[in-house]
Design a protein around this ligand. Structure first.
Ligand code: CP
Length: 336
């Protein structure tokens, strides 16, 4: 049964293990289209309203790419100032209007709860592409999909995972959503490494302990971590009260080859939701790790297309029809 048909996707709280497995099974089927080994026109004629009221590169473009790869068309609105929200129109009214022009909507907005508010007025499914510091459910799914694939490579499963999350855990919505999703699995060890003022919200730490998982808090990268995954994050300057406040924490938690080699195991997988801040005063994930095969950051971004294709297919009920609408690829495609 497809529980996503016609449904909004607003929070990771909507998912259980069966739902996640269903999304990942469909995502696996998308690989051949994402790699251009075949085309499918299954969503030909369908329109994605891609509304990004906050900066984005990979979420916005991968939502659009995912929809195009299924044969659909994309209409974009970017920036608050270029929409009638800047004239005082409510999210509800905006949703009533734009859902009349679309079959599905993906949306990012700087305010917590904004996408859920928008969804109340929408006549079509809405997918949360990030609402302020709250949640980023599709990023959490692509992160989890990546973790599953990376662990499979090492002969492991998500149950029993040890993940170290590093940096700005207060404002980083990707770590909030990912930590909540991981609570669904068994015997997960969480190590949170952050300055005290940028710690993981208490509500999420309570969720972790209430589910019986192990939690270890550190304020610096010290000692040895037998972590399967090191998930590094950027200082989310845009959510700090001021740039001066962000400056105090910027550059405190860097991961480079020397730190990785000293504190992590040689097989620890390196993840980051991106963008990484590569400016000299931040540089939380150094380029000297670029050649490390455990650096999975661009496998994450590739997986984002697969997971978003799966969500569109499920929300629009075409998850079993892709092959029926398949055509060959006439152009030379790179083996990516
Ligand atoms: N990971 C992520 O959300 O990236 P963007 O801000 O570029 O969409």
């Amino acid at each position: 049964m497809n529980q996503f048909l016609g449904q909004h996707i607003l929070s990771v709280k909507q998912f259980d293990i069966d739902a996640i497995n269903q999304i990942f099974d469909v995502a696996d089927k998308m690989q051949r289209y994402a790699k251009r080994q075949a085309r499918t026109r299954v969503l030909e004629g369908a329109i994605l309203g891609n509304l990004f009221f906050e900066p984005s590169t990979r979420t916005r473009v991968s939502f659009g790419t995912a929809f195009n790869l299924l044969g659909g068309s994309v209409r974009e609105t970017t920036g608050l100032s270029s929409s009638a929200l800047a004239k005082g129109e409510s999210l509800y009214d905006t949703a009533r209007v734009l859902s009349g022009y679309s079959d599905v909507i993906a949306m990012r907005h700087p305010e917590i709860g904004s996408v859920a508010e928008f969804a109340k007025g929408s006549r079509v499914p809405c997918i949360n592409g990030g609402d302020g510091a709250n949640e980023h459910p599709t990023q959490a799914l692509l992160d989890l999909y990546t973790i599953k694939k990376e662990l499979q490579f090492h002969g492991k499963s998500i149950d029993g995972l040890h993940i170290a999350m590093v940096g700005d855990l207060k404002y980083g919505r990707t770590v909030h959503s990912l930590a909540k999703l991981l609570c669904l699995y068994k015997n997960v060890r969480f190590t949170f490494i952050s300055p005290p003022e940028l710690g993981m919200p208490q509500e999420i730490m309570d969720m972790i302990t209430n589910h019986g998982h192990q939690l270890n808090l550190q304020h610096s990268i010290e000692g040895q971590f037998d972590a399967d995954i090191c998930y590094q994050t950027r200082v989310q300057e845009e959510r700090f009260p001021s740039k001066d406040e962000a400056d105090k924490d910027r550059g405190k938690f860097r991961l480079n080859n020397a730190i990785y080699t000293q504190h992590f195991e040689s097989k620890t997988v390196i993840m980051h939701p991106l963008p990484r801040d590569s400016r000299a005063d931040a540089n939380e994930l150094d380029n000297d790790l670029n050649r490390n095969p455990n650096r999975a950051i661009f496998r994450q971004t590739d997986n984002g297309v697969l997971v978003r294709m799966a969500l569109f297919a499920l929300a629009l009920g075409v998850e079993n029809l892709m092959e029926e609408y398949e055509t060959p690829v006439p152009w030379h495609y790179a083996d990516k």
